[in-house]
Design a protein around this ligand. Structure first.
Ligand SMILES: Cc1cc2nc3c(=O)[nH]c(=O)nc-3n(C[C@H](O)[C@H](O)[C@H](O)COP(=O)(O)O)c2cc1C
Length: 333
């Protein structure tokens, strides 16, 4: 349907094409699966806004991660349109007077996108946040340059943190979580997003680790633990830890971080690897300073990504998503 629209020589996608692309793109990752994005299609352009009703004031008081999540949605959206035959030209933060207006996308037909892009859109459906212990990623040295490059293309620096700093990072992670353990507003917010069983949002128990599993992952956000028997019996986590950092802070950098995060996650998933974004260690200034001190230059660490291998496939049900009609408004007549 959608590719037909592009092949038919139309200059802009029709509503069916927009809906089809967003069906794919809405699998984008977001903080606590809050899906804080709103899209408006005016018949010519698609406008991406952040949704003030989907903020997490305790984990994300300045809205940094909300914009990062929307950046991931922007990259997923561009990937899905490209795979369906539409090149997108993006203006980021088009109206400084409206900071929630994050991007405007204009379209050009791209009837024959490369197979690599079509494949990326298929990978969107396979990616998920894996919170279990992982084996070290196979062939990592060969993959790292490509993964670094997709982040760099979004003006974001990727550092593959050496094994020698794992203990310091684990200590910073522990400390960050210890500081939050008795922070009731933070804990209530976390429990709301992980325990209210809404079929369209939040993190379901099936996506969480049991206490025994979580205990073997030293760098992790502490979620309520899931019941169930222990999966993956390896003694410890051997995931690589990647830091995604920007040259400065602010919405433009956060949006690009989200785009880079999406690109990195898809690149790794395409290579058969498991991934999990982590931000609890960039939420508190003290922990964020620890990571910053491990990086060259004066970078602002935004997200850490665990990348590894699942020893055997252990399929988990996909996390839920809001229906298209809740995230897309059509303003064409
Ligand atoms: C900005 C951002 C921050 C995140 N922080 C964490 C985190 O600290 N710990 C974690 O386990 N997952 C984290 N995630 C992953 C989300 O929880 C996950 O994307 C969401 O629940 C949807 O599930 P899925 O990724 O499996 O599709 C984060 C994702 C984003 C985009």
């Amino acid at each position: 349907m959608t590719a037909e629209n592009a092949r038919a020589g139309s200059a802009v996608p029709d509503v069916a094409a927009v809906t089809a692309a967003l069906q794919i793109a809405r699998r984008a990752p977001s903080l606590h699966n809050s899906q804080p994005w709103r899209l408006i299609f005016d018949g010519k352009r698609l406008h991406l806004h952040s949704d003030p009703d989907r903020s997490l004031p305790m984990a994300d008081p300045d809205g940094r991660q909300q914009v990062i999540s929307c950046g991931a949605m922007l990259h997923h959206t561009r990937t899905a349109f490209a795979a369906n035959g539409w090149h997108t030209d993006v203006v980021r933060l088009p109206d400084p007077a409206r900071p929630r207006y994050l991007a405007a996308l204009a379209f050009r037909p791209w009837p024959d996108p490369p197979e690599r892009i079509r494949n990326q859109a298929r990978i969107i459906g396979r990616r998920y946040s894996d919170r279990l212990p992982m084996d070290a990623p196979d062939g990592w040295d060969a993959l790292l340059p490509g993964v670094t490059e997709v982040a760099r293309a979004c003006e974001i620096t990727l550092d593959d943190l050496p094994d020698s700093v794992r203990e310091r990072l684990a200590a910073a992670s522990d400390q960050a979580e210890a500081m939050r353990r008795f922070d009731q507003p933070y804990q209530s917010e976390l429990r709301w997003w992980t325990g209210h069983f809404d079929p369209a949002e939040g993190i379901p128990p099936t996506a969480l680790a049991t206490a025994a599993e979580a205990g073997r992952v030293p760098v992790r956000r502490e979620f309520p633990t899931a019941p169930g028997s222990t999966r993956r019996t390896m003694a410890e986590d051997h995931a690589r830890l990647l830091a995604l950092s920007s040259s400065d802070d602010g919405p433009a950098h956060w949006l690009r971080t989200g785009e880079a995060l999406s690109a990195v996650l898809l690149e790794c998933t395409g290579a058969g690897l498991s991934t999990c974004p982590l931000t609890h260690i960039t939420e508190l200034p003290a922990a964020r300073r620890v990571i910053a001190a491990l990086l060259p230059g004066h970078l602002r660490p935004q997200v850490v990504v665990r990348v590894g291998m699942a020893p055997e496939p252990d399929p988990v049900p996909p996390t839920p998503r809001l229906p298209i009609e809740d995230i897309l408004t059509i303003t064409t007549d």
